[in-house]
Design a binder for this molecule. Sequence first.
Ligand code: IZC
Ligand code: ZN
Length: 418
Amino acid sequence: MGKPIWIKYAAQLVTMASSAKGPRKHEEMSDLGVIEDGSLWIEHGVVVRAGSTEQLEQHFANRAHEAEIVDAYGKLVTPGLVDPHTHVVYGGTREQEFEKRLKGINYMEIMNAGGGIHATSRMTREADEDELFEQSFARLDSFLRHGVTTVEGKSGYGLNLETELKQLRVMKKLNEAHPIDLIPTFMGAHAVPKEYKGREDDYVNHLIDTMIPRVAEEELARFNDVFCEKNVFTPEQSERILEAGKAFGLIPKVHADEIESYSGAELAARVGAISAEHLLKASDEGIAAMAESGVIACLLPATALYLREEAAHARKMIDAGVAVAISTDCNPGSSPTTSMPLVMNLACISMRMTPAEALCAATINAAFAIGAEEDAGSIEAGKKADVVMWNVPNYQMLQYAFGVNHVASVWKNGLQVV
Ligand code: IZC
Ligand code: ZN
């Protein structure tokens, strides 16, 4: 695998290493494991040792000549960012819908009139595998350029067996072909397809009897997600779908309380979901229930901004003891972005998270939200060497100078990819 890489003299090395076990809560979210004048030795694609430059100079005195040296003087070095919620594989775009919404027609009106998710579903059904692969590959490149090295991706623009499988197979190929680790979620319950209008329960049964077993049998997904929302799937339907997935080893996730308060957070707690997403309108009881059962809140402030909605109440959740992660929600309707740095900026600006909490939410807590914490989310001996060097001297500057791409270099599995 070539020479060892030695990143030296970083103004700040943020490791996210901590004595805390599990997703970070309360003040644990501010414990970033910062090392000033930081140094990092990478070999065979994994982190061998992180510490001060002085410590590593002592430790590797006999091997210094073997390494390729990277001078990080004046720069910030962090773990690769993790995006725990995307709809990255899709056909077409929805810029006309963007304009409609600016003129005052809302997200659900557009969807109920056959646009929104249904429009993307039509375009995704029409696209062949190669087209979907090419378009999504380019989006993953963009993620990488923004410092993101692990991405969760959902199906849910097929809404029939054939196209859901197509989306998941494209994700599998992308995971193999692209440096980014792409972790797949089945989301056949993203909308009730038009051909089932008035027969919603028939579609729920189809998901449970046919689609979920097939996805599990082909091992195409790790998670099972549902859009639990008024006029989409009720909490009762959502619970049936998530329980059916559990029986096949698919871990539940819930799109909860995005547009209206609908006891989605309570549902996530009840079914033991790994995470609940959006939560703009989550109730206090729902937040308490999530804290109690250890559901991670995956908050999407870029989506809130894009839909011109008030962002989720991150402070309330952190105070209640909920571990918070953040994500782009990259999708063609309500958040066409690949910029996790922008999402960190917005976590601070729209949700009053601190710069430290935002970085925690975009790294280790995001990794926990997709079961990737063994490999990703922190710089620790034995983990994948997924590392970003930024053109700023400290993590506060990363959140402060906003809307700018500060990425200098990215390593994925110890290979420089940006
Ligand atoms: O395509 O509109 N909220 N799903 C639930 C989305 C947004 C993605 C979309
Ligand atoms: Zn989503």
